[in-house]
Write a protein that binds this ligand. Structure first.
Ligand code: NAD
Length: 267
């Protein structure tokens, strides 16, 4: 532990999933307290049990807490944020929750229901996190803050394997994060987007399943010949959350094994 986040209070959405859980563990090891939010209570219970196993030695006032929250509901997000008031308010917000629905497809086949659901979680949910994050930082007169929003590599590149609602949602996150960075720069609240490449987490792996053709369609484009790991995203999030990135704001922070720079790869 090198305490890069000593004394900081962080909120992580989608904290029971791949990137969220790894980031929770890393933040705690670096001295932050973490409120883990997720829509799934059973998943949160399993996740926090794992967290206690991996980081058994938290010393008061450091804490890890969980709360059920649907990020697409503003009242849920506001209530979660207000629960941090007794701990001095928010320093770091990681808007990480997101879905890629199995029925998300091209312009013809994607239903309006799937489109709206995807935008509600992936776009509106991130907006609510930003809004209530800024309000908490203002309420507690924070001298600085860091907000990290998860976009995706697909916000930067086109793909012939369509998931139109998801792609549109991540493009929106990328665009509004840039603007938020400018609007709040003089308050010393930094905003950056994380753009992961394809990962070895349930979100993508459950979707790919054992469909080898679907898998190969993607793997052939990996310069490093492999999917990314959640911890590799968590390490980038830690950098963006900590004061080590104090002059970094408004960036599309790409962690993709070089995929967005590839014309052809080694295979
Ligand atoms: P994951 O599916 O492992 O975790 C996502 C978590 O979000 C789950 O625990 C889920 O229960 C939770 N969640 C879903 N809807 C929610 C809601 N309405 N409110 C609160 N929580 C909700 O996924 P992951 O791979 O860890 O992805 C995290 C983020 O990274 C997502 O925004 C995803 O779009 C993005 N991303 C992932 C990949 C990838 O290949 N896995 C690539 C690029 C971007």
């Amino acid at each position: 532990m090198v305490n890069r986040l000593a004394g900081k209070v962080a909120l992580i959405t989608g904290a029971a999933g791949g990137i969220g859980l790894e980031t929770t563990v890393l933040f705690l090891r670096e001295g932050a307290s973490v409120l883990m939010l997720d829509i799934s209570e059973p998943a949160l219970e399993r996740a926090v049990a794992k967290v206690h196993e991996l980081v058994p030695d938290l010393k008061s006032p450091q804490f890890v807490k969980t709360k059920k929250c649907d990020v697409s509901k503003e009242s849920d997000v506001a209530a979660a944020m207000e629960s941090l008031d007794e701990h001095g308010g928010l320093d770091i917000m990681f808007n990480n929750a997101g879905i890629m629905h199995a029925e998300d497809d091209d312009a013809i086949s994607t239903s309006e229901r799937i489109w709206d659901l995807t935008q509600a979680i992936n776009v509106k949910g991130v907006w609510f996190g930003c809004k209530h994050g800024v309000l908490s930082m203002r309420r507690h007169k924070k001298a600085k803050g860091s907000i990290i929003n998860t976009a995706s590599m697909v916000a930067l590149m086109g793909a012939a394997t369509p998931q139109l609602a998801y792609t549109a949602s991540k493009g929106a996150v990328l665009a509004f994060t840039r603007e938020l960075a400018m609007v709040h720069a003089r308050e010393n609240i930094r905003f950056n987007s994380l753009c992961p490449g394809p990962l070895n987490t349930p979100l993508l792996q459950d979707w790919l399943g054992d469909d080898l053709q679907k898998r190969h369609r993607r793997e052939v484009h990996f310069p490093m010949g492999r999917f990314g790991e959640a911890i590799e995203q968590a390490n980038a999030v830690l950098f963006l959350a900590s004061d080590e990135s104090s002059f970094v704001t408004g960036q599309d922070f790409v962690v993709d094994g070089g995929m967005t720079k590839a014309y052809v790869t080694g295979e």
